[in-house]
Design a protein around this ligand. Structure first.
Ligand code: FES
Length: 617
């Protein structure tokens, strides 16, 4: 797709960017600080840069800023230089020093929030100076565009006169949303949300410093309508009132979380001027009161790829009345705004390396970048990772076994199995990462064969005597491996165990996922061993043990150092767009670049799926 290459000096760093991006944006996306107070709008004339190789057209703003000699020497305003071909650029040291913040997977983001404030002292109107109140303000704030909203206009005459014409203008993306008495420039906040199907997380950000003030999370209040997106979509299809209820519950979740972070941070709701939210396509539709049915049935169509201008109040969030809301756009019904946010936060579009991004969950989203192109797909992994359809499965809560190590050389049964349990509690069940660990360990010690069958008692007694006593049967004769016995002589049904059927469930899930990435690798003509980094993302994927993920074939067979936990990248993406208006443009640019591949469309999907069921040897 013909990206162009920009080299920045003295940093000595080179980036490949989509053609047409401004040099200023490209620098900002990659954490190179270029001076600016207008945020790249061509009005502050501070973003000086010297084009040292390649050429850039001269604009009238350049002529007003530089001498003839300087222009001949290559000096330009960085926000007006479009990267249409490879360029070498020299960036002078900063005069007004912007602060940068690290978010996502080591992404340096230069602080340039959409929310801006300017304190001004205006001269009083007179019979000789009859400019409007707004014009008076605009003339004083010359580095920001002020398109007023109605709330701001209602406040303007009163606030100006009550505060002796000393006011702070508050803007979000060129919209004047308020005027505040006196100097309030030190106080700017925003809230980033990760709206998950299961868990919702809110982060209160101080936009002055780019740092989080408070973080809170809670279960999505839509839980009573079912644990996954399909059951919630079904609810709206069966009951005409369900959509309204689900919308209300989502709004309540967001509003209670806002209250919680504001209380914890001791911050007034009035100083929150923007919110950003990343969620999957269904969660976003339900929040906005949009019928999700077309998302849940073939051919899986979403209502729109982008959203109208929204206010926090449209989402039921009680902050500043003019506060804006940014919702991440989705690529498709099954690659939602949460994944777009995740790709942004992990810099998938800013890196030359071959990187594979896997958000492991009931619906598993996979993206592959070869440094030039990004392809993505969604694999139906089923509920195994959430503890669903697993006999002793549970969510990652206190009492869940999350880490398992088997010791085939142990002398006694006590030492044969080592468990890591969440909350150091008595084990009650097994969560997704524990499930992957258990199966990986059973494969490693040879108790599970390549096809996923638990070997016979006799074979176990002969090959791994230390662990053979853990094999048992339950119910209709299903074979199980006991992970934890509450008491030495407890019956098997009271134990925490892994059953033969559980292993099958995990095999189906991992086969769906590995079929997904295998097809993406083929699409870009990349061999699995050329993958330089695998990012395991999401509330589940981030906790997976890399070596276990390799062992069961959930990820390509690579050195474990190349497999990294990416954390809650959806929430990080939401933070990024609040800290930097440029990053928001980056999310939109990425949508245009990413190609979506529908797995269920492929005639060879089933054959490949079957090929992927076995465990790699
Ligand atoms: Fe202000 Fe370029 S960034 S003029």
């Amino acid at each position: 797709t013909g990206r162009v290459q920009l080299t920045f000096e003295p940093a000595g760093r080179t980036f490949r960017v989509p053609p047409g991006v401004s040099v200023f944006d490209a620098a900002s996306w990659n954490g190179i600080a270029i001076d600016s107070t207008c945020g790249g709008h061509g009005t502050c004339r501070k973003c000086l840069v010297r084009v040292s190789s390649g050429s850039a057209p001269v604009t009238r703003h350049d002529r007003r800023t530089f001498s003839e000699d300087q222009i001949a020497d290559g000096w330009r305003l960085a926000c007006l230089v479009r990267a249409t071909h490879d360029l070498g650029l020299e960036v002078p040291p900063l005069v007004t020093r912007p602060k940068a913040s690290t978010v996502g997977v080591g992404r340096q983001v230069i602080l340039r929030p959409g929310v801006q404030k300017r304190y001004v002292e205006l001269t009083d109107p007179t019979l000789a100076d009859q400019r409007t109140d707004l014009q008076r303000l605009r003339d004083a704030v010359d580095d920001l565009t002020l398109n007023p909203d109605l709330h701001a206009l209602r406040r303007l005459p009163t606030v100006l006169r009550q505060s002796d014409f000393k006011v702070t203008a508050v803007t979000v993306d060129e919209v004047l949303i308020d005027v505040e008495p006196g100097d309030t420039t030190g106080s700017r906040h925003a809230i980033a949300y990760d709206l998950g199907t299961t868990t919702v997380v809110a982060t209160l950000l101080d936009l002055e410093t780019g740092t989080p003030v408070a973080v809170a999370s809670m279960l999505n209040k839509q839980q009573p309508f079912g644990g996954d997106v399909i059951t919630r979509i079904s609810a709206t299809m069966m009951d005409p009132d369900a959509l309204g209820r689900l919308t209300q519950l989502a709004r309540q979740t967001l509003s209670e979380l806002a209250q919680e972070v504001l209380d914890e941070g001791g911050i007034s709701p009035q100083s929150v001027y923007e919110v950003a939210l990343a969620g999957n396509a269904t969660m976003t539709a339900l929040l906005l009161g949009i019928d999700p049915e077309p998302l849940g049935v073939a051919p899986f169509i979403q209502v729109s790829a982008d959203w109208p201008v929204l206010h926090a109040s449209d989402l039921g969030i009680d902050v500043h009345p003019g506060a804006r809301a940014t919702i991440f756009p989705a690529l498709g019904a099954y690659v939602g705004g949460d994944i777009v946010a995740g790709m942004l936060a992990s810099g998938l579009d800013r890196d030359k390396r071959v990187r594979l991004f896997i958000d492991v969950g009931t619906n598993c989203e996979i993206a592959l970048s070869d440094g030039e192109r990004i392809v993505t797909t969604a694999a139906p992994a089923g509920p195994a990772f959430e503890g669903g359809a697993i006999r002793c499965g549970m969510r990652a809560a206190d009492g869940a076994i999350e880490v398992i190590t088997l010791n085939a050389g142990a002398s006694g049964d006590d030492e044969a199995v080592t468990l890591g349990v969440i909350g150091d509690a008595e084990p009650r069940g097994i969560c997704g990462s524990g499930l992957v660990d258990a199966v990986a360990e059973l494969v490693r010690v040879g108790l599970l064969d390549e096809s996923g069958r638990l070997i016979s008692d006799e074979a176990a007694a002969a090959s791994v005597p230390a662990l053979a006593g853990r094999l048992a049967t339950v119910g209709d004769g299903e074979r199980v491996f006991i992970l934890h016995r509450p008491t030495p002589d407890a019956p098997t049904v009271e134990c925490v165990y892994l059953s033969q059927r559980d292993v099958r469930e995990l095999q189906f899930a991992k086969a769906a996922i590995s079929t997904g990435w295998t097809l993406l690798l083929e699409e870009l003509g990349v061999s699995p061993r050329d993958v330089q980094q695998v990012l395991l993302a999401g509330s589940f994927g981030s906790y997976l043990s890399p070596s276990s993920a390799v062992r069961i074939g959930l990820v390509p067979k690579l050195p474990v150092l190349r497999i990294v936990s990416a954390g809650n990248v959806a929430g990080e993406g939401a933070k990024m767009v609040l800290l930097s208006a440029r990053e928001r443009a980056g999310a939109d640019a990425m949508l245009a670049e990413v190609a979506y591949i529908e797995l269920s469309d492929r005639p060879d999907f089933n054959d490949r799926f079957i090929d992927q069921l076995a465990f790699p040897v």
